[in-house]
Design a protein around this ligand. Structure first.
Ligand code: ADP
Ligand code: MG
Length: 226
């Protein structure tokens, strides 16, 4: 079953400028439930742009996105925001944690935003912190923990509401090999235990050990699927 279908996605940045940027020039792809897919391609090939469109953080210039059998085009902004909270998790390359909130509070944010009461939020947050082995730093600020721990916090925040699809944009780019392996093992476990669908941008050919298939982007188009 396809959990996501993208048809002929195009994205033009600065369309009215003298030199518009065709970041995506017609990308079609399917993600099946429980698939762990790597997205590769050189810098500037459109990987982050594609993730932004598929995660509904941005609106494509053309094309269709169907997630969980719903055509995103027919959703209002309000519906989209709700849909994002319930169905989509996003791991940013630079973690994007709130520096003035503790680890626990950072991870609790999406649940509170989605309207969960604080008691059930607390339970979910504790569970996910334990799963990612960061429960010991739950009262620390992001600045007080390592980069590897910060990335695990950002993954915890992305999966705490059990999203149908997890997007991860170079989640190991800033990590050493030990921390990277921990993150990749954690993602793989999500896939294997919970049938989590994951689309992960990576530069590391070695990460193919963890993923089911690889999509290669080149100049805003799919060059190859393996
Ligand atoms: N917000 C933006 N405004 C204008 N151009 C952008 C923006 N984001 C990305 N681009 C351009 O779109 C192209 C694809 O970028 P990006 O999706 O970030 O590639 P990748 O993630 O593969 O490195 C690049 O030419 C980049 O400069
Ligand atoms: Mg990028």
């Amino acid at each position: 079953m396809n959990i996501l279908e993208a048809r002929n996605i195009k994205k033009v940045y600065n369309p009215h400028s003298p030199e518009p940027i065709n970041a995506l020039r017609g990308v079609s792809l399917d993600l099946k439930k429980g698939e762990f897919v790597a997205l590769m391609g050189r810098s500037g090939s459109g990987k982050s742009t594609l993730l932004h469109q598929l995660a509904l953080l941005d609106r494509p210039t053309a094309g269709e996105i169907i997630i969980n059998n719903k055509n995103v085009a027919y959703m209002s902004e309000k519906e989209k925001a709700k849909f994002r909270l319930e169905f989509i998790g996003y791991v940013f390359q630079d973690y994007a944690l709130s520096s003035e909130l503790t680890v626990f509070e950072n991870v609790a944010l999406p649940l509170l935003a989605a309207g969960f009461d604080s008691q059930s939020a607390k339970k979910s947050v504790s569970d996910v912190l334990q799963k990612l082995e960061i429960e010991k730093v739950s009262n620390h600020l992001p600045s007080e923990i390592s980069g590897g721990q910060q990335q695990r916090v950002s993954i915890a925040r992305a999966i705490v509401n059990k999203p149908k699809i997890l997007f991860a944009d170079e989640p190991t780019a800033n990590l050493d090999s030990v921390a990277s392996r921990f993150v990749l093992d954690a993602l793989k476990e999500l896939k294997e235990k919970y049938n989590q669908t994951i689309l992960m941008v990576t530069h590391e050919p070695e990460d193919k050990k963890y993923t089911d298939r690889t999509i290669w982007l080149k100049d805003g188009l799919i060059e190859q699927e393996l």
